[in-house]
Design a protein around this ligand. Structure first.
Ligand SMILES: *[C@@H]1O[C@H](CO)[C@@H](O)[C@H](O)[C@H]1NC(C)=O
Ligand SMILES: *[C@@H]1O[C@H](CO)[C@@H](O)[C@H](O)[C@H]1NC(C)=O
Ligand SMILES: *[C@@H]1O[C@H](CO)[C@@H](O)[C@H](O)[C@H]1NC(C)=O
Ligand SMILES: *[C@@H]1O[C@H](CO)[C@@H](O)[C@H](O)[C@H]1NC(C)=O
Ligand SMILES: *[C@@H]1O[C@H](CO)[C@@H](O)[C@H](O)[C@H]1NC(C)=O
Ligand SMILES: *[C@@H]1O[C@H](CO)[C@@H](O)[C@H](O)[C@H]1NC(C)=O
Ligand SMILES: *[C@@H]1O[C@H](CO)[C@@H](O)[C@H](O)[C@H]1NC(C)=O
Length: 492
């Protein structure tokens, strides 16, 4: 009886109407992909009803056939130029949307580019984004899908800001160098009943400044706020979102639907990135979203896509070592912390099932031997260049290891992404295989999952410049605007 009630409550919290809007970003920049079918089952098991992709990977779209999961596919930034040509856009829609809709994939939107107006892209996509958006929507309309499938452009949170002289959300406006383009995009989206999509990162507010950002203001459990007229803002999310609402109002779109394309909290690679802070963030954010209360200037349902579903150990770490740790699930699809997607209780997430790992073998430095320090260092650099060592970052889960233990960690990381081949655990005689787990406390020496057939998207990536949020953004430039927007919001 008791267990039945428990199951009932769980089902309600996961499938209650509040969850309808919750989506996740499914990025694929990992050295090993979980089989798409496994991930799709995991989405179902957790009641996740929407996914946002960074491309239109056929393997993933095939796995989403005949499910109820709503899908946002994406035109990559590098494809934007081509999409300014009508025939190309038609072909793209035919190959990546029409074909799958016919196969019962529930595609509901197309992201045209990903944060194309990031400051660090300079004006690379400035003239191609709007025409690409128009052509993709036109192609959808021509295919008689325009009513059901909307094109939009996920924009980074630094396209809007509040001016230094009036650092409050109600004074929000668009960044001057892109305001003309953003206005045209907003006009087009409004006319077409499509949402304006923005990515918001309270974590970045906290980590990328001069250290002066008030910690509690990144979360939702009460902080000294800023007063904006009658409204008191007690968290940076509300302030940031409402800055966007105000910027849209300035250009005559005060009542436009605004969706959140990415929001989340990483768990490693930075002193502010760990499971307990991620849990604090999500367990504050999700109940608010579930309650459909929105923000002070937008008091209603907000469509949200969490970033992200899985850790991605091959993402560019130019923005920071935390980049590879945004998953609510780890690289093997297992939950990293407790959270409830329904926002009511901290129910445990359901991990991926039947995950195939490589054998229980690790590679470490040969113990009880003195090693040449230069050779140690060179080996570590070699391994870390080719595998993931972001847990070494200041405050990261393995930052506290001794130098030789770090070397072991690095060698193991390399061994695992090299399919545990004998040759990859040698390093000129330094290394040896062991069958006992060398993990130390929170520093986990992972065993990689079995390699799943190459993911289409990775091999197509022209450079580190594609896909997923602000890949390849020199962090300083990012700070300068988004942070001046956000900290000045607070310190007025
Ligand atoms: C974008 O278009 C404007 C106006 O036609 C032009 O002045 C500018 O050079 C273009 N920028 C790029 C990067 O193509
Ligand atoms: C704004 O949009 C909301 C939700 O779509 C709607 O309920 C409301 O009536 C709109 N307000 C105005 C002034 O158009
Ligand atoms: C998470 O990070 C915060 C801030 O650095 C720290 O105070 C806290 O002890 C960390 N929690 C865990 C479990 O590591
Ligand atoms: C989640 O909560 C359960 C029960 O409270 C606990 O046993 C488990 O260790 C927690 N998991 C994580 C990842 O914190
Ligand atoms: C959920 O997690 C938050 C943050 O860790 C905690 O403050 C809260 O008490 C938890 N709620 C429940 C019902 O366990
Ligand atoms: C090896 O790396 C350590 C730690 O980074 C450093 O202190 C040491 O000087 C390096 N030794 C050599 C020989 O490069
Ligand atoms: C690991 O195995 C996979 C699948 O057989 C293969 O595609 C990949 O190239 C291998 N990687 C390395 C580093 O050997």
């Amino acid at each position: 009886m008791v267990s039945l009630l428990f199951v009932g409550a769980l089902v309600l919290s996961l499938f209650g109407s509040n969850v309808q809007g919750l989506g996740v970003n499914w990025g694929t920049k990992a050295s090993r992909q979980l089989p798409p079918d496994t991930v799709v089952q995991m989405l179902k098991d957790n009641g996740i009803k929407k996914v946002k992709l960074f491309d239109a990977d056929p393997n993933i779209l095939d796995a989403l056939e005949d499910t109820d999961i709503e899908v946002m596919v994406a035109v990559k930034n590098v494809e934007l130029d081509a999409m300014t040509n009508k025939q190309n856009a038609e072909k793209w829609v035919k190959d990546n949307v029409v074909k799958y809709v016919e196969n019962e994939v529930k595609i509901t939107s197309v992201a045209v580019g990903n944060e194309p107006f990031l400051i660090d892209y300079k004006d690379k996509y400035i003239n191609s984004t709007l025409p690409a958006l128009q052509n993709i929507q036109k192609a959808l309309d021509d295919a008689k899908l325009g009513d059901k499938i909307k094109a939009s452009v996920p924009l980074n949170g630094d396209v809007y800001m509040s001016p230094q002289w009036r650092p409050i959300p109600s004074a929000g406006l668009f960044r001057p160098d892109v305001s003309d383009q953003v206005e045209d995009i907003a006009d087009f989206l409004a006319k077409n009943n499509a949402p304006f999509i923005i990515n918001i990162y309270p974590f970045m507010s906290l980590t990328m400044g001069d250290g002066g950002f008030p910690v509690d203001y990144a979360f939702f459990d009460g902080a000294d706020g800023i007063q904006d007229g009658n409204v008191e803002y007690t968290n940076v999310f509300d302030a940031n979102y409402d800055t966007c609402v105000s910027a849209l109002k300035q250009i005559g779109h005060g009542n436009m639907t605004i969706a959140i394309g990415e929001i989340g909290w990483p768990t490693d690679g930075n002193k502010w990135a760990n499971g307990s802070l991620a849990s604090r963030f999500y367990n504050g954010f999700l109940p608010r979203i579930a309650a459909n209360k929105g923000t002070p200037l937008y008091p209603r349902y907000i469509e949200v896509y969490l970033f992200g579903l899985l850790d991605e150990d091959a993402k560019s770490i130019l923005p920071g070592d935390f980049e590879r740790h945004w998953g609510i699930f780890d690289y093997a699809g297992q939950p990293k912390f407790n959270m409830s997607l329904g926002g009511k209780d901290n129910k445990t997430l359901v991990g991926a099932k039947n995950v195939k790992f490589q054998p229980k073998k690790w590679c470490i430095l040969k113990p009880h031997e003195t090693h040449d320090e230069k050779q140690l260092n060179e080996s570590m650099v070699y391994a870390c260049d080719r595998a993931d060592c972001t847990a070494f970052a200041d405050g990261g889960s393995c930052s506290w290891l001794a130098h030789c233990e770090k070397t072991s960690y690095a060698l193991n990381s390399f061994f695992q992404v090299s399919n545990q081949s004998k040759a990859s655990c040698d390093f000129g005689g330094l290394a040896t295989e062991v069958d006992e787990d060398p993990s130390k406390d929170q520093c986990k020496f992972n065993i990689q999952i079995m390699a799943y057939g190459q993911s289409g998207s990775d091999s197509e990536s022209p450079s580190s410049f594609s896909s997923s949020h602000f890949t390849v953004v020199p962090p300083l430039a990012l700070i300068s605007l988004s942070l001046s927007a956000m900290t000045s919001l607070f310190f007025f």
